[in-house]
Unconditional design. Structure first.
Lengths: 201, 97
């Protein structure tokens, strides 16, 4: 065998190891969009609260329901955009969008995320809403770290940052809103841009 | 000549190399998953699987999912060790040149 053959073997090994165990078609663009939606959603929530004439929230109030709807819309838009961008990129990469790897990625991401979501809804029903922002950041961070072993890139670092922000947020409940904006808005845009620059290279 | 000894003739084929690569990073894979990833025909894949099984580098488990037969493959400790040696040998050879 020649040197060329050895090189080809090594790159073939790496390629198959990645393709068979990691989902390669996540795009930084989806992260940037998620960040933008989060900022828009936060601006709407801020506007709603400021115009309510109070600077605190009442759980059963009309404004609170609007904010929950606002949050749900941010999540929905982010997911739809991510699916759209990812499907397109998978076609470009010529990989199947739905296979064993995608299943593992989604399972490892959704288990902590849905657990956190249900837990937050439960404690909201018990009138404990001071830690909502912190819990969202922490569970989202854990979901990212958990899913990162099934994808390439450095998504686990975004996860660590979200977890750290969540803990800081738990210590400073008065700044919950701004830390949430930082974690879900700004960090997504920064991380997404980094990934996008790397993809283009 | 230590390096050359570590180049394993069993892995000296694209499909066998591929099967081992997949089974190094996945706990197990079934026949269709291997076929899909390697883009080969049934007969071709089966013969290379047999070669690796003969060396005890991979483990073959036959079972039924409902009524459908399903065969799962995983790499053995020996297979992992030999494959690592093979990769290291390839890399050493490349560095030397």
């Amino acid at each position: 065998m020649s040197e060329q053959d050895y090189l080809k073997d090594i790159s073939e090994i790496k390629n198959l190891m990645n393709r068979s165990s990691r989902f390669i078609s996540l795009s930084g663009l989806a992260g940037i969009f998620a960040g933008i939606y989060a900022l828009i959603g936060a601006a709407i929530a801020y506007y709603l609260v400021v115009n309510s004439g109070r600077d605190y929230l009442i759980l059963d109030g009309h404004i609170f329901k609007m904010i929950l709807l606002d949050l749900a819309l941010v999540a929905l838009c982010s997911i739809v955009t991510a699916i759209f961008i990812t499907t397109r990129k998978a076609k470009e990469d010529q990989v199947k969008i739905w296979d064993e790897t995608t299943r593992k990625l989604l399972m490892s991401f959704l288990v902590p995320l849905i657990t956190g979501g249900i837990y937050i809804l439960i404690i909201l029903n018990q009138q404990k809403y001071g830690q909502t922002g912190a819990l969202m950041l922490i569970f989202y961070g854990l979901a990212l770290v958990n899913a990162s072993k099934f994808t390439i890139g450095n998504i686990k670092y975004l996860g660590y940052i979200e977890i750290a922000l969540g803990l800081v947020c738990a210590l400073l409940p008065g700044y919950g809103f701004w830390i949430w904006v930082l974690g879900f808005g700004v960090m997504h845009i920064i991380y997404g841009s980094f990934m996008l620059i790397k993809e283009k290279r | 000549m230590g390096i050359i000894e570590n180049i394993n003739k069993v892995f000296d084929h694209r499909i066998r190399l591929g099967i081992m690569s997949i089974l190094m990073v996945n706990d197990e894979a079934d026949f269709n998953r291997l076929k899909e990833l390697l883009d080969v025909t049934d007969g071709n894949l089966a013969s290379h699987i047999k070669a690796l099984e003969k060396e005890a580098y991979i483990l073959v488990e036959k079972q039924f999912i409902g009524r459908k037969p399903n065969t799962r493959y995983s790499s053995t400790a020996l297979g992992k060790k030999e494959f690592k040696k093979h990769i290291e040998a390839l890399e050493t050879l490349l560095r030397k040149k």
